[in-house]
Design a protein around this ligand. Sequence first.
Ligand code: PLP
Length: 405
Amino acid sequence: MRTLSKSSKLDHICYDIRGPVMEEANRMAEMGEEILKLNIGNPAPFGFRAPQPVLDAISGQLTETEGYSDSKGLPAARHAILHYEASKGIPNLDIRDIYTGNGVSELITLSMQALLNSGDEMLVPAPDYPLWTASVTLAGGTAVHYICDEQSNWYPDIEDMRRKITPKTKGIVVINPNNPTGALYPKELLEQIVQLAREHELILFADEIYDRLVMDGKTHTSIASLAPDLLCVTYNGLSKSHLIAGYRCGWMCVSGNKDGAKGYMEGLNLLSSMRLCSNVPAQSVIPTALANLNTTKELLVPGGRIYEQREYITRALNDIPGVTAVKPEAAFYIFPRLDRKKFGLVDDERFALDFLRKKHILITHGAGFHWETPDHFRVVYLPEIEVLKTACGRLAEFLRDYHQN
Ligand code: PLP
């Protein structure tokens, strides 16, 4: 009888929603222990509700959305996406080059599968949203990580990016606003990335799912708007801006210079039709959602939940001896640093496990985001301030006498 190999080609890939820390949390939960989960960017469990117009839109269209749609999505949804992305200055958009997906997640995987051959390299940030590295690897490519620099607001280190480009490099992934750091990149920095892509004829992959969760009066620039002469793929969706992660509603649009991209686009079309289509009721809310962009804005200004929670978590973490954290400008994540020497840190996964077992709080260690030095972790600051207070209090207590050696 043929024996099945028990390993997977993704075995060596870290992914923050699996692995020993998650398994331990599940085991503890099964034993009836209460775990405070600060590990996943899912707004609904923390009391965030979908905007009413979106709820009305989905319930009003259920009977009309029972069948498959065009494999790229409902025309009305794609027109609304085209209008939205064009309003951000993205050039050369065509309705035929807009794809809806079961979340951005599906489209990241699909677009890497369509592009990469064995040995191809993709520049991916470190820290990254780990699905990117996993998708590049699953497609047979190699994720080459460029450093985002904590000393410079977690902005990408352009020189490091430049050093890591080889003849095998196909593209650059830019996650802006960023998960896990919460950084928002200024236009000047994006222009430098575009210039690098231009010099080496690379494709830009722009994950912009947090573009509508920006604070402090700042604005988000779509990198594709700066690169009319390059091939760009921009990803966005409603999971975060409209607090409906469970609907699985995302999209991707191809823009800019599409000369020479015919084969790639055919690959995208093939893979898109192989999954038949994305969730049609979810697609049906896109026109309403994109006509109601202000429904969650109140969360992001002084007095709003996300804003105030960001203010609190940044202060509280920086008040803990041995912890420092750059203040995020967007999304709802913060990526604090632990003093490696003070805590004798050699293994950040062990830190996350020790903290979980002792204090029943689930965070994600830095290696889960391909951050090599074992001295960071990510906190999702979606819970109310009272809950964050409890979490920070327990962390301070835990770290008071924590040492790994
Ligand atoms: N991209 C980034 C940077 C994310 O943080 C996430 C989810 O947390 C996704 C993509 C996936 O989003 P979706 O719910 O649309 O699949």
